[in-house]
Design a protein around this ligand. Structure first.
Ligand code: ADP
Ligand code: MG
Length: 680
């Protein structure tokens, strides 16, 4: 302090003391008390220990006192501040400065302002000035200013303003909905776009009850996850620890359910309250697309699994067939050769019957393998169902009646009638088995359907052609299935029944795949099941009747047949069968004899049955010799080998037909009729 300081100081201190006394509520204290000296020292101590710069001004506005704290605030020493004209306010704040001092002088009441003051180093410092003024006994006006540095507060304030502005802009720019909730889950703030996103205005959302929009199935989970967030300690440096994602369905005001992904974090507010700040994004499209993709993949996997199981089953069936052919053939031929009263006959019959049953089983396995239908016919699904009406009715006897809705004039499908009947029968018996005793509903429907895309709801959709299809559908009101069951029903040996074998639907799957069809299953546990089997429709609608499949069909054949076989049993069986059907029959015991007979009756013979394996002249050579006589001769080759192998031996000559040994009388008649019916 300078030398002339004491009187000034005492003036300032008188006033200060008054303030201190007021603040400290020490009633009755008197500055002119003998202890004044002591008190002044104490006050000086207080003053200099404060973080506040005190300055005093006289009537003329000249600074008469400046406390040393000015140095911390503006960089000048107290002396400098009083001597030089170094106090400078920001030009923009000058009106405020003048205003404040005028108001204090006029009203006599203290006032405060915030202004910028120039630091000795040139930059501006925010300062809060509290001004008091009074007129002393001599009638002179004095004022004292308490100034403190508020740069930090100002900086924080402006940062907050900036961040609020930024937050508002982000919230407006965002396509996501930004929300803030309290600990009860009530919206406290809703950002822009709520109308576009959820159909509700911001005010409507804030007025909603907590969790009102969340899907009932998601609500409990969401609340639990939400609650956990409030338990976590808050740490700005480790936001990732509290930041988390919740997926849930929200209901749009128009009733639609939307999938939302909510990324949120809790943060503390004043007085310890915490808020949950969240960015909510509508991810419905993504979720739906993902679900569709997953379903498609699962479906694909299922098809692939069935396919590989099919390859396995097919391989086994093929090997077994190779073994069964000689067994069945030899038993069949043996039976033909044995005298009627032979004691071995019964044993042979047992072998023959058992081998036929085994063949039926391998056929089922082949069906599961999804091989192409063996004999392709053009089939009307409605009439196949119609044919099976009696069988179906008896399978549901005592439970319900079958409600049939069969479409007339259905487009035909290409396939093997016996296999399609098997599909239908398997589905009907499953439906019947699913019905509770005495009540329930079972309906069968046929119709047309257009397949426009490879739907993931349809098993084997990926191998189905697009376009018009014919369907066959069995619905029951039975026990139904849950999702886990549905996923496995086409697996071989999967069954939920005590006596089930689990092969019914496996065969259905194989056959449908072999026919390039698809299967749709809809089921709900306890409510019922619908199986829809879909086959590609043939473009032409003209009904070409398929060959008769009924076992008791009587064949009416005409013309002369030449049977060439070195095996007497086969020869006799064939002639007997053909004679009964109305044909005339010539027989030859070997190739040479056969060719000779053909030469004689070339114009009259309508069909030749030729054994492939014969001594002297082989089947192939006999075939060529007959062809040489008459190029359009109709020759059916009979062999235990496969047709491909046999035709390969014949070179360029074409076969009219092929009959695989062992054959049943009906197989023979069917083949002969087919060949006779073809026009050459
Ligand atoms: P099985 O009938 O021998 O059990 P399937 O392959 O025919 O074998 O059927 C497999 C399983 O599929 C059945 O055991 C059953 O659980 C289920 N299933 C098939 N059809 C239906 C249906 N209509 N209603 C309910 N469950 C069915
Ligand atoms: Mg079954």
């Amino acid at each position: 302090m300078s030398k002339q300081a004491p009187p000034v100081q005492s003036q300032a201190l008188t006033q200060l003391e008054r303030i201190v006394r007021q603040n400290m509520r020490t009633p009755g204290a008197d500055v002119r008390h003998p202890l004044l000296r002591d008190r002044t020292d104490r006050l000086l101590g207080v003053l200099e220990g404060m973080n506040t710069w005190v300055s005093e001004f006289n009537n003329l506005g000249t600074m008469t006192y400046s406390s040393p704290q000015i140095e911390q605030i503006l960089g000048f020493t107290a002396d400098q501040s009083m001597g030089d004209d170094c106090i400078e306010f920001h030009p923009m704040d000058l009106p405020l400065v003048i205003d404040t001092s005028r108001s204090v002088r006029n009203s006599g009441k203290p006032a405060t302002n915030h202004t910028r003051m120039r630091h000795r180093l040139g930059h501006w410092v925010w300062v809060e000035n509290s001004v008091i003024g009074w007129t002393n006994e001599a009638g002179e006006y004095h004022s004292v200013v308490f100034s403190r540095d508020i740069s930090d507060i100002k900086r924080a304030e402006s940062m907050q303003k900036e961040s609020e502005a930024r937050y508002r802009v982000v919230s407006q720019m965002s396509v996501d909905l930004i929300t803030e909730m309290d600990e009860d889950g009530r919206y406290q703030y809703v950002g822009h776009g709520s109308v576009e996103i959820l159909g509700y205005t911001e005010a409507e959302l804030i007025a909603l009850k907590p969790w009102a929009l969340i899907h009932p199935e998601d609500c409990e989970r969401v609340r639990a996850q939400f609650g956990e967030q409030f338990i976590l300690p808050f740490d700005t440096n480790r936001l990732d620890r509290t930041l988390h994602t919740i997926q849930a369905r929200f209901q749009h005001k128009d009733g639609r359910w939307l999938w939302f992904e909510t990324q949120g974090v809790t943060y503390p507010r004043d007085q310890g309250a915490r808020r949950y700040l969240a960015v909510n994004r509508d991810v419905s499209e993504r979720i739906l697309a993902e679900a569709a993709r997953r379903e498609f993949e699962e479906n694909m996997q299922r098809s692939q699994k069935l396919e590989s199981l099919g390859v396995l089953a097919g391989g086994i069936a093929h090997d077994f067939n190779n073994l069964l052919t000689p067994i069945m053939g030899a038993a069949g031929l043996g039976l033909m050769e044995l005298p009627k009263d032979s004691p071995v006959r019964a044993r042979m019959q047992t072998i023959h019957r058992a081998s036929k049953r085994a063949a039926a089983l391998t056929n089922q396995m082949l069906a599961y393998a999804g091989q192409k239908p063996l004999r392709v016919e053009q089939i009307d699904l409605s009439s196949i169902v119609e044919d099976m009406r009696d069988l179906a009715t008896s399978s549901v006897a005592g439970k319900t009646t079958i409600d049939l809705k069969l479409a007339r004039n259905l487009p035909l499908v290409e396939g093997e009638a016996a296999q399609l009947s098997q599909v239908i029968m398997n589905l009907i018996s499953n439906a019947a088995e699913a019905l509770p005793e005495g009540k329930g509903r079972l309906s069968i429907r046929t119709g047309t359907i257009s397949i426009t895309h490879h739907s993931s709801e349809i098993l084997f959709a990926e191998t189905m052609p697009l376009g018009d299809h014919v369907f066959f559908e069995v619905s029951d009101s039975g026990c139904g299935m849950d999702k886990e069951t549905i996923d496995r029903i086409f697996d071989p040996f999967f069954t939920t029944k005590f006596t089930g074998r689990g092969l019914g639907l496996a065969a259905v799957a194989g056959i449908v795949r072999g026919h390039r069809g698809g299967i749709r299953v809809e089921s709900e546990a306890g409510r019922g099941t619908t199986f829809q089997v879909i086959f590609p429709a043939l473009a032409a609608k003209a009904a070409i009747p398929g060959p008769e499949t009924s076992a008791n069909h009587t064949f009416k054949l005409h013309g002369i047949a030449l049977v060439i076989d070195d095996d007497e049993g086969v020869r006799e069986l064939a002639s007997e069968v053909l004679l009964r059907a109305g044909m005339k029959v010539l027989t030859a015991t070997d190739g040479h004899e056969g060719v000779k007979l053909f030469e004689h009756h070339a114009d009259k013979i309508s069909i030749v049955l030729l054994d492939r394996t014969m001594p002297s002249l082989s089947g192939a050579d006999t075939f060529k010799a007959i062809h040489a006589i008459r190029a359009n001769a109709k020759i059916v080759l009979v062999s235990g080998y496969s047709e491909e192998r046999v035709t390969a031996e014949l070179g360029s000559c074409t076969l009219a037909g092929f009959l695989k040994k062992p054959f049943e009388p009906e197989d023979l008649l069917k083949r002969v009729q087919e060949v006779l019916d073809t026009i050459t």
